[in-house]
Design a protein around this ligand. Sequence first.
Ligand code: HDD
Length: 718
Amino acid sequence: MEKENPKNSKKQEQLDTHKEDSTNKHLTTNQGVRINDNQHTLSAGERGPSLLEDFIFREKMTHFDHERIPERVVHPRGSGAHGVFEAYESMKEFTKASFLSEAGKKTPVFVRFSTVVGFRGSTDLARDVRGFATKFYTDEGVYDLVGNNIPVFFIQDAIKFPDLVHSIKPEPKHEMPQATAAHDNFWDFASLMPEATHVIMWILSGRGIPRSYRMMEGFGVHTFKWINEEGKVTFVKYHWKPTLGTHGVVWDEAQKISGMDPDFHRRDLYEAIENGNYPEFELGVQIVAEEDEHKFDFDLLDPTKLIPEEIVPVKKVGKMTLNRNPDNFFAETEQVAFHPGHVVPGIDFTNDPLLQGRLFSYTDTQLIRLGGPNFHEIPINRSVAPVHNNQRDGFMRQTINKGNVNYEPNSTGGGCPFQVKMKDGGFVSHTERIDAHKIRARSKSFNDYFSQATLFWNSQTPPEQKQITNAFLFELGKVERQEIQKRMVGLLTQVDKDLAKNVAEGLGFQVPDGPMKPVQGGVPADDDPADYEPVNNKQAVKEDKTLSMDFTKKGDITSRMIAFLCADGVDENSVKAVKESLMEKSAMVKIIAPHGGKIKTSGGSEIPVDKTFNTTGSVLFDAVYIPSGAGSIEKLMESAEAVKFLHETYKHYKPIAMDGDAKKLLKATYIEHLVESINQMEQGVIIKDSNSGLADDFIKAIGQHRFWNREETDKIPT
Ligand code: HDD
């Protein structure tokens, strides 16, 4: 893989000027005064009271007392990375945006991935939408693409956003539960807002519990406008496609990862970048000519709808490589301020009522979160394009504006800074003609709440459908009021009858006839609820394979984590041969053993142990390998932890490989009878000698990610 030099960008130079390096430096106060005692407060005698005049103590304590800033009201938990975006070809035909103007053009970026609901210290593996926000430091100013890993949203109008977020956050009475939608308030809201049904299907699929930030798609969600030099408008929907494919974990795994390593995604991103396995995402767009705006079965302005790739394919326009971790989490990842309204010439907004509301909310939230109007001056937020205007003052102003002129027009400042002449570029809004009444209403073209939820359901493989059904049983099972469960299942009858029936049965009641009229959710009091009756089956496309994660790119095992279960007496060659083959394909191997330090091989050599059964578990790995060695296998057979490791790996559909006699270990498990009769390659359990092609088969199996066709996984205790 050709590696981008992470240091090589204008943004990097700009950030470097703000960096502090304490190596070989004295400790000082913030005023630069050297400190020679950082251990004792100034006091009246050794046993006496502290003195107020101790400015060193006061300064240190005051700064500490003010260290925290308000966490984001949504998306508080996140992880960031620097990188570069490179355009594949000129998109000038559609947009004058300079970062897309020529093949090979590079633009520095900063990305922040996040969960939405959990607080800043919550677990990464919560079932949730993931934020995928990208800041492009273009030569024409900052462009923020503030998207999610799910292409549709919960609500159609931004005025419902505070209600949505209140309902999904912990309940106000006791601030429980944390980082989950599985409680009465959210499902009460969702069951009254039929427009949320589509996004719920996505969240309850594997998309809601990604394997890694590096292995999820990103979407701009709204339809945006691109505008070319001639002023011609084209509609676009943005997609980020990870080159490692889109992968999820299963719910049992997610819950265990949350206990074992709540930083799982953060660690995965950080370590991958440190190890040189730079995450890559291709930027794609679905392009719709302006004149085709109304040719779809849904409204392009409706953020609860996607354009099926079956109708409009995704055109790849560039690639983003994340190649550098932030130096300081707070300064960069916490203080980065995104805003869908940060656009550059060539990009414009549509009238999507959700997007329009977002254009207000983001600056407003930064004012409270970052403490004033100068957050654009924080190094991570600074544009690399020069900034000149007459905005002045405010909390924490950094820029020292010279001269006596802070207004325009002026004569004493030579008219500077002056407006850009049309011929010289600058941002020009699309001159869309609007001829309308001022009203509070939603277009009827937004009323089809269910057919894309059905499209999503129909596009899933049977194991994916089973996961969604189980997720409903978990989420709604946590709901205490049966009327809410029933109302929600009523909505599911509009998506798929079997889904509704299975969920109702699992919850212990009869499936309702159909949805209850949404007499409250989204219906203005003086409006006719009949207008809001859901219209089903309008969507012409009934199935789209790209909506299933099973359709994703497979075969690349770069950075996959492989556990080698070993104990004293392991066969050194059996470890070495497979380890080398895996590492050649850039997978990561960890030796897991019953004790720390080193294990002795049957040949008398020693192998360092990476983790013990006390400090890790199967859920933190993508696959497991059991090397041969009679002594090692005997010890593993006596270890309940080793047996559990194998059970879980099987239950979570992950590849297992065993070298020759290592298969004796199966005798201590519940899976022996299952494994005996299967087709090894088809079900991802490879039992062969390491010198007869085991590694090749294992690599192929890891590249498949999961083996959903395994039987009796429900019966395996873990
Ligand atoms: Fe939002 C943060 C994505 C609708 C109001 N949003 C935020 C972040 C992401 C999104 C990724 C975190 C950015 C970061 O990492 O700092 N939001 C979305 C998407 C939406 C969406 C894809 C629908 C298509 N958001 C949305 C609406 C509103 C907001 C309708 C309000 C009208 N969002 C916010 C916010 C946040 C935010 C309150 C919290 C912190 C921040 O902005 O900087 O303003």
